[in-house]
Design a protein around this ligand. Structure first.
Ligand SMILES: [Zn+2]
Length: 256
């Protein structure tokens, strides 16, 4: 009898542990509705050719199955996980071998939070954050902001894309606005000087089309301009052709 009970318990636990084809345990099993949820909610995906849609979906599934995504005092749904993963993949979709090696967990909050990770009280105005120090490998996002970013895909703002841009930047060891993996060596200095030129111009004018938060420092500039690039490429190209063409090269979104 005891043996039978142990067997039943073991089977019950087994039902909640998933393995991928390489035998790695999965954090979560991607739902069968993944492609439909992408089609209904992610405009980037809607605009892909069928072959690319399949590739995008595979990478989204891989991301959510190997990255812990948890709600902090808030229920999260399959859609939230898929939107987090889509944000990650949109940035690096032309690089099939890219894997984020500096993220293991994404925490979703019911609202904004302060820089001390409190969700109540004064100074709770942060929508997203990439952890440092003890929170290395963690990303914090506001769930409502994640949702609204995808409900408004052309307003130039996307909190999760912003945070994943910081991770891309950080992948070379320094969050400095210069994502070295996306640049060839001769491109580094021109990119740095383009950042400084644009920040100077933003600080000198009160009506830049680039979100003023981007003028905070070089790292914020890269994250903010990435949001702009993926949400309003035509407008960016029109207003900042030089900047646009550098980003187009970095994100490998040229004619090919
Ligand atoms: Zn930022």
């Amino acid at each position: 009898m005891a043996g039978l009970i142990i067997l039943i318990i073991a089977m019950a636990i087994g039902a909640f542990i998933y393995y991928d084809h390489k035998g790695r345990t999965l954090k979560y099993k991607a739902p069968d509705t993944t492609s439909q949820l992408l089609e209904d909610n992610v405009s980037f995906y809607q605009n892909l050719q069928l072959q690319d849609k399949l590739a995008f979906e595979t990478r989204v599934k891989d991301f959510i199955e190997h990255t812990s995504i948890r709600g902090i005092d808030v229920e999260i749904e399959d859609l939230d996980r898929i939107l987090v993963a889509a944000s990650a993949i949109i940035l690096i979709f032309p690089f099939p071998d890219w894997k984020y090696n500096n993220i293991s967990e994404v925490l979703l909050y019911k609202g904004t939070f302060s820089k001390n990770f409190e969700t109540e009280g004064e100074g709770r105005n942060v929508l997203g954050m990439v952890g440092d120090g003890a929170l290395h490998h963690e990303m914090l996002l506001s769930k409502p902001s994640l949702r609204s970013s995808f409900n408004n895909p052309t307003d130039g703002r996307n909190t999760a894309i912003h945070e994943f841009a910081h991770l891309l930047d950080k992948a070379d060891g320094a969050t400095d606005g210069i994502p070295e993996y996306l640049l060839t060596r001769p491109e580094v200095l021109p990119w740095a000087s383009q950042i400084h030129k644009t920040i100077q111009h933003m600080r000198a004018t009160s009506h830049s089309d680039i979100d003023s938060y981007g003028a905070t420092n070089d790292a914020e500039f890269f994250a903010v301009i990435s949001e702009y690039f993926f949400e309003k490429p035509d407008k960016l190209k029109e207003h900042h052709p030089e900047l646009y063409s550098m980003l187009e090269k970095m994100f490998n979104r040229g004619s090919g």
